[in-house]
Design a protein around this ligand. Structure first.
Ligand code: CA
Length: 472
């Protein structure tokens, strides 16, 4: 009897060891690539005729295009806060684009939040943040304090692209918001000398990280600042665009090409290392195009900064050759917040997350296991001028499967996005029940939110008055 029990115990143990090994073997690498201010129609997979993106299109061919892929905010900072926490950022007060304020521990992502890198560290992932951070410049808020093993990039909301313009040694030499674009780059905590065009340097570092980490699961958060302003490109990329005469458009196109080449280099390295099939690559933009003679949001109404589709619906693709069938076009709404939830489901489903997640695991929807829409509703709040009590205003939107309610300066409306992608035909008075339902869902959601906890980019002067020692 005793021997029999031991025998069964051994069998159970050996199964659980095999099981552990399987889980370990299956852990996919995750590469999350973010573009900055990229227009919806500025990639081949969304129909661009003049900008050439063969490598991004290859992701689309080998994976999934999310035609209705959203971000949680129409400008950089809050959108990134949502992406990296998997939560609507207003839940924790990240409702503004942060100012560059390296002495301010409250100007950025609150320490109460768990980042996707924190979460992946629990499953022994090696983690790397590359490029634009914009989630806090204070020493307690920097990437190495937020779950990343390594960092290469800059802390600001943007950066100049040519190394000779990085003439400020570090943040102590910065004397204005705009000057922060001129600091030397950081490798981990150290300022470094860099010689390459910024986008190329970010790609190179990502490739190098893959080279060094191909034997262990890794996560790369590659946040290109391209094609965010200033519009700066090298001849290598500009010469591909003789067919574009308008100067801003041409430079912008060249900047997108630099990103696309970087994605190509990453894919080549994954193949070389034999880890291509089990690496998930996401590519999306943090918000829509700004439409200043550079970007193109196609049929979408609106642009960066507002809640029409052009502000929040972005170019969005992913691939995972090992599990996800290629060539898919996915037409249900998804959101950047889903990336955290998906990553968690794949790596640590048994551990409860620190805070409530607002996204869903997308994989069962892409394998066909689940056929319903991933989200009942998606929500937005745009904190336009909340810091000025005289101009207190905000904009709202909520999306269901088919409809979108929006309230902003230009409209209080209900649109049928399946038949009216350009948000032209207001159905508020025809679809009264739908309108009321979405409005009431949005009101419920608003109750879960916090007011912004720091002053944003638009309050630069006000912040300087309140913080006379902001810079040295
Ligand atoms: Ca942006």
């Amino acid at each position: 009897m005793f021997q029999k029990s031991i025998f069964f115990l051994l069998i159970i143990l050996s199964f659980s060891i095999i099981d552990d090994q399987n889980i370990k073997e299956k852990s996919p690498n995750i590469i999350l690539i973010l573009a900055d201010d990229l227009g919806y129609a500025d990639v081949g997979f969304n129909g661009s005729k003049d900008i050439i993106t063969p490598h991004l299109d290859q992701i689309a061919n080998n994976g999934v295009v999310f035609k209705e892929g959203y971000v949680s905010y129409p400008v950089c900072g809050p959108s990134r806060a949502g992406l990296i926490t998997g939560r609507y950022q207003d839940t924790f007060g990240f409702g503004k684009n942060p100012l560059f304020a390296p002495k301010d521990p409250n100007m950025g992502l609150p320490l109460s939040e768990q980042t996707i890198a924190d979460m992946l560290k629990l499953s022994n992932y090696k983690t790397f943040a590359v490029g634009k951070w914009h989630l806090g410049a204070h020493e307690t808020l920097r990437p190495l304090k937020r779950g990343f093993d390594e960092f290469f990039g800059f802390l600001t909301g943007g950066h100049r692209y040519f190394p000779h313009e990085w003439d400020l040694e570090d943040e102590t030499k910065v004397t204005s918001q705009g000057a922060a674009y001129r600091t030397k780059l950081l490798r981990n905590e150290k300022r470094i000398e860099e010689k390459e065009y910024l986008t190329d340097a970010l790609s190179r570092e990502s490739v190098d990280f893959i080279e060094r980490n191909s034997n262990n699961p890794f996560f790369i958060y590659l946040a290109y600042n391209a094609p965010h302003g200033p519009l700066q490109a090298t001849e290598k990329y500009l010469q591909r665009y003789d067919h574009i005469k308008e100067k801003n458009r041409k430079t912008y196109a060249a900047m997108v090409s630099a990103v696309d080449d970087g994605v190509g280099d990453i894919i080549s390295k994954l193949k070389e290392k034999g880890i291509y099939d089990n690496t998930i690559i996401y590519f999306l933009s943090d918000n829509g195009g700004r439409l200043r003679g550079d970007s193109d949001n196609g049929e979408l109404r609106g642009k960066k900064g507002n809640l029409f589709e052009g502000g929040i619906r972005v170019p969005f693709v992913m691939q995972w050759p090992k599990k996800i069938k290629g060539g898919q076009i996915y037409n249900n709404p998804v959101i950047s917040l889903d990336i955290f939830a998906t990553s968690k489901a794949l790596t640590s489903p048994e551990i409860s997350s620190k805070n409530e997640l607002h996204g869903v695991n997308l994989i069962p929807f892409l394998t066909g296991e689940k056929t319903h829409a991933p989200h009942k509703h998606l929500f937005w709040r745009n904190n336009l001028m909340q810091n000025d009590p005289n101009l207190r205003a905000e904009a709202s939107a909520v999306r269901s499967q088919k409809f979108k309610f929006i309230k902003n300066k230009e409209a209080v409306a209900l649109y049928d996005l399946k038949n009216d992608i350009s948000e032209k035909n207001n159905l508020k008075n025809q679809e009264i029940d739908v309108y009321n339902k979405l409005l009431s869902e949005h009101k419920k959601w608003l109750k879960t939110l916090k007011d912004p906890i720091f002053l944003g980019l638009m309050a630069n002067k006000q912040y300087n008055k309140l913080n006379p020692d902001r810079f040295n």
